[in-house]
Write a protein that binds this ligand. Structure first.
Ligand SMILES: *[C@@H]1O[C@H](CO)[C@@H](O)[C@H](O)[C@H]1NC(C)=O
Ligand SMILES: *[C@@H]1O[C@H](CO)[C@@H](O)[C@H](O)[C@H]1NC(C)=O
Ligand SMILES: *[C@@H]1O[C@H](CO)[C@@H](O)[C@H](O)[C@H]1NC(C)=O
Length: 451
């Protein structure tokens, strides 16, 4: 850059043309603009949030940059679009949703948006029962911008709570891989009393699934966490989370054996959800999310969280006899239909984006790797992390230059559920009167979630 200017300058001086005069005037102007740009881009970082307030509460919401329009690079050039901020993220079980929760938390905090919070000590909005208006804390903010915590897709209630331009987003996972994760996470084998061949808990469970399910779902089952009696976690769990009527609670409509009704429901979902991400194609899903929401790279960086540990020596990659997966395909039929449908819509969306899309995925992977490494460093330093300088990512064809600091990392993870606790602490103080008012009317519902 410098040599370029020097060479030009010498050239202009030697020619002593009229251009020299013009350049002599232009150059300081250019330098001035350059310095201003440098100051804006490099030095004027958003200041850290002030640590004091009258209530003694640490403000959660960092006053961030208020960017309302973002340039999205497409194959046909730049597209400027308004950043979307109102969303319902259907947080299923064991579908990388905690990772995404951290990402959305940070987005909300940066922009001082209102996240719907479950009541009391709960972490679900009445999951696995349908969400009702009673399952969200009233807020002094007057609006909700995001629903992020576990909830069954309940369109009428969600529409009543959310602004009209709300975007519906979800994520799904290959059903057998999902089953394996759920099976470990909810400790199904132990609760159902599967004994003996430890290596083959899943195989044993499906060798006599009706019996094991009965034990698992029974009111006498011990140590079942957050799962009410009569609810199956091995059968069509994703479809249930997406509001498909599958006979829960007892007496509810059940379309699990009606292939035409299942397909009709899935098509209906496809019209209601703007984006259904796929765990197996996570990066492609994120780039679709970014383009669709008009967000930037810095809004989609993440920290991996809540990945189930390997249990009792069962490697995650263990392969199962083919007949078990075949059995599960019939057992959990709706989930396979659901997954196949949305995996195929994901790829048809992607095909409409052109080749630039895949370059962007590749570029983002590299960014993500560096950012996650930085955040892991922050977490490992615990309370010393403030001293760590911010991490910088250069601008690229797809994203402006950006910074990630220790505070960003703590908004992202490593356990996003902790942010829920912080947000609730804030709500306890700022929404006190509203919460007291709310508590006056008794909750006499028959079906209430456990967590
Ligand atoms: C965040 O928004 C609330 C209203 O929703 C407002 O009272 C508060 O001052 C805002 N905080 C910041 C830091 O902008
Ligand atoms: C999703 O669909 C694409 C395109 O049809 C296919 O290549 C891919 O294997 C599918 N992914 C999974 C995990 O089934
Ligand atoms: C950091 O944490 C350690 C232990 O967790 C504690 O002993 C130390 O006082 C803390 N330092 C600061 C500056 O808070």
């Amino acid at each position: 850059m410098q040599t370029f200017w020097l060479q030009n300058w010498r050239l202009m001086l030697s020619k002593r043309s009229r251009k020299t005069v013009v350049a002599a005037i232009l150059l300081p102007v250019l330098v001035y603009i350059g310095v201003q740009w440098y100051m804006l881009d490099h030095l004027l970082l958003p200041s850290p949030p002030s640590r004091s307030s009258a209530s003694g509460l640490q403000p959660l919401y960092a006053p961030g940059v208020d960017e309302k329009h973002v340039d999205i690079q497409t194959d046909n050039g730049k597209l400027t679009c308004p950043e979307r901020r109102n969303l319902v993220f259907l947080k299923g079980m064991k579908c990388a949703t905690s990772t995404l929760l951290g990402m959305f938390n940070r987005f909300a905090i940066k922009r001082n948006l209102s996240v719907a919070l479950p009541m009391g000590n709960r972490i679900y909005h009445n999951w696995p029962y349908p969400m009702t208006l009673r399952d969200v804390r009233p807020t002094h903010r007057g609006v909700y911008n995001m629903i992020l915590h576990h909830a069954v897709y309940t369109p009428a209630v969600m529409r009543a709570l959310m602004p009209a331009d709300t975007v519906y987003i979800s994520i799904m996972r290959q059903p057998f891989s999902h089953l394996r994760s759920v099976f470990r996470y909810f400790n199904v084998a132990e609760i159902a009393g599967v004994s003996g061949f430890e290596q083959d808990h899943l195989a044993e469970y499906f060798s006599d699934v009706e019996r094991y399910e009965r034990v698992y779902k029974s009111p006498n089952a011990q140590k079942r966490w957050c799962i009410p009696d009569g609810f199956s976690v091995t059968r069509n769990l994703m479809s249930h989370c997406h509001g498909m009527p599958l006979g829960f609670p007892v007496g509810a409509r059940d379309i699990s054996r009606d292939a035409a009704a299942i397909d009709a429901y899935i098509r209906q979902l496809g019209r209601s959800f703007e984006l259904v991400m796929i765990v197996e194609h996570f990066y492609e899903s994120l780039i679709l999310l970014r383009r669709f929401m008009c967000w930037e790279f810095k809004d989609i960086v993440f920290v991996t969280s809540n990945v189930a540990p390997t249990q009792k020596g069962i490697p995650k990659t263990k392969t199962y006899p083919r007949h078990i997966e075949e059995f599960h395909k019939r057992w959990s039929y709706a989930d396979y239909r659901l997954y196949d449908y949305f995996n195929s819509t994901l790829w048809s969306h992607i095909s409409r984006h052109g080749t630039g899309f895949h370059q962007e995925v590749k570029a983002f992977k590299a960014v993500q790797k560096r950012v996650e490494k930085y955040c892991l460093d922050v977490y490992s330093r615990d309370n010393q992390s403030e001293k760590l300088p911010a991490h910088t990512e250069a601008s690229s064809k797809w994203s402006r230059r950006f910074y990630i600091n220790a505070e960003d990392c703590r908004a992202l993870g490593p356990q996003p559920i902790k942010m829920l606790i912080k947000m609730k602490q804030e709500s306890e103080i700022l929404d006190k009167a509203l919460l007291q008012e709310d508590a006056k009317s008794a909750d006499v519902r028959k079906y209430k979630g456990l967590c």
